[in-house]
Design a protein. Sequence first.
Length: 265
Amino acid sequence: GDSCCNPQSMGYIKKIVQNKIPGIYVLSLKIGSNLIQDMENSFFMNVNDQVTEVCSQLAKDPHLRGGYNAMGFSQGGQFLRAVAQRCPSPPMLSLISIGGQHQGVYGFPRCPGESSHLCDWIRKMLDLGAYTPAVQEHLVQAEYWHDPLKEEEYRKNSIFLADINQERGINETYKKNLMALKKFVMVKFLNDTMVDPPISEWFGFYKSGQAKETVPLKETSLYTEDRLGLQEMDKAGKLVFLGVKGDHLHFSEEWFYSTILPFLQ
């Protein structure tokens, strides 16, 4: 529901990073030929196609040849992780995920634009058949819908999240590429009312078979079997878990300056 260059959001982040780190080059990714398309694509463009498009943009940008730091907000955090896993050139040096849902979501309680017909329609589609081919292909939020009551259906039919989370087998290239990161920073909003469950922002999720009790990353099979290399990265000090008070994407400039900017310098 956002766009690359909104002066109140992503455009604002770009501006304050440039102001605080003189001489830095910042690319704010745009998916589509204009801001309206960019916003619409955040709801309706196949995530795998978005990742391919971003990989192309990064590869063509001469400023990024020596490597770059990536910062993603909300679903942008997990989409950039897919970029890290699938597109090692140019190399992503650090990934900063701010409110990214790395184990997906099981609920969409506060869709951007709470009263809009669009949000009502999205909820209906997710409830009716998140894992049907038509919904998977054309609704972004379905592509990271993770139903703990239907784990088999999720593993089999999720065209994006189940793939990047190694749910159908081990892609050693994904693992190797992610482990090449110097730092993987995950920010969780401690009072999040939009991401369900909020622990997904730290790679935790609901215990399989129910939707009440959650488990942290270290108790998931993804970690214990080290399917993505997260256990090895953790032991090497590459994983950083940060908590910030506030609802989804609510943070102060002071927190951003003191906590996030050091990872970009």
